[in-house]
Each structure stands twice: as structure tokens, then as C-alpha cells.
Write a protein that binds this ligand. Structure first.
Ligand SMILES: [Cu+2]
Length: 177
């Protein structure tokens, strides 16, 4: 509640350049509102929001089972397990301060269900150099349906500040023929 009541004729319709800028802002709002759902279906890089509640310790157990069933090696530099899951299968990536586990090898042009979750706090999943970005939250299993369309080694970097080791938090997805 204001101290003084405004005069009854306080509203003045915008004129001149103010009117132009209000118009530009309005048109842009409408364009963005149309583009968001359009890009979801046309852009091929948006998640359909498939996510499930999961207790962090239950997720860690699934990741351990996944690694045990699919491990093909160990990365010598980081001592992280390397897994090569079957095409069409569920793939589990675990984020925690300050690493991603495991290193994932995928086949070109095959579809996978990539599960993302965190054991501690919020992390980011930024796949480079494609610049595909998702958030990784503890308590949520976020499932991305992905089909790699080019071969190579794709670094994952954390783009949500998560503490003192954040700058060194990286992972890897390797795509092979
Ligand atoms: Cu981080």
C-alpha cells in the first residue's frame, strides 16, 4: 500500500520511441515463446524431460553394477573405469565432487539411454565441443536418449560451480565406429 494514493489519471499510454521499444520487446517475447517449443522438436538437442526420483546411494549402486557388467579397461591417467555398453542399453554416468564415473565408450549411430545423477550436490553436464548442456541433480535420475553422430573423444566438463575442485571436474565419452 502506498502512502499517497496516485492521481486517478496516472496512466499515460507510451508514445514515440517508448512505444516502439515496448513493441519490439513484445514481439521478441512472442518470438521466444514460439521458438522454445519449436526448438524442442526441431533442434534435436533438447531433453524431453524424462526424469525419476532416485536416492543417491541407490544410484551409486546402479552405477557400480553397470560398471561391473560393462567394464573393458581402466584409464591409466585417472584410474577411472572404461565401459563399453551394448547399443540400445541403459548407460549410467555418476557425478560427484569432483569427477564423472565411468568413462563411456559408445558406438556411432547407435541409440543409448544415458542416465545422469549426482551423489552429492548439483553439477553440470556440458558435452564439448558440441556444447550440449544439462544439469545433474542429486535425487534425480535424468535420462537422455542419445545417438552419437560423429566419432571422437568428447570431454564432459562441469559448468555448475561445485566447490574447490570444480575447475578440474571432467569426464569423457568416446565414440567409435
Ligand atoms: Cu562443478
Amino acid at each position: 500500500m502506498s502512502i499517497y494514493q496516485p492521481p486517478a489519471d496516472w496512466f499515460k499510454a507510451p508514445t514515440g520511441s517508448e512505444r516502439t521499444w515496448v513493441g519490439i520487446a513484445l514481439v521478441w517475447c512472442i518470438v521466444m515463446s514460439i521458438m522454445m517449443p519449436l526448438w524442442h522438436f526441431k533442434g534435436k538437442q533438447n531433453s524431453s524431460g524424462e526424469a525419476y526420483r532416485v536416492e543417491p546411494m541407490d544410484y551409486a549402486k546402479r552405477v557400480m553394477e553397470f560398471i561391473a557388467a560393462n567394464q573393458v579397461g581402466v584409464d591409466e591417467g585417472t584410474m577411472r573405469p572404461i565401459v563399453a555398453p551394448a547399443p540400445g542399453s541403459d548407460v549410467y554416468l555418476q557425478a560427484q565432487m569432483w569427477q564423472y564415473t565411468p568413462i563411456i565408450k559408445l558406438k556411432l549411430n547407435q541409440e543409448y539411454r544415458l542416465h545422469l545423477s549426482s551423489l552429492d550436490l548439483q553439477h553440470g553436464f556440458s558435452l564439448q565441443p558440441l556444447n550440449m548442456n544439462f544439469q545433474i541433480l542429486p535425487g534425480w535420475d535424468h535420462v537422455l536418449t542419445i545417438t552419437p553422430t560423429s566419432t571422437g573423444t568428447f570431454p564432459i566438463i562441469c559448468n555448475e560451480f561445485c566447490g574447490i575442485g570444480h575447475h578440474g571436474m571432467t569426464g569423457q565419452i568416446i565414440v567409435e565406429e
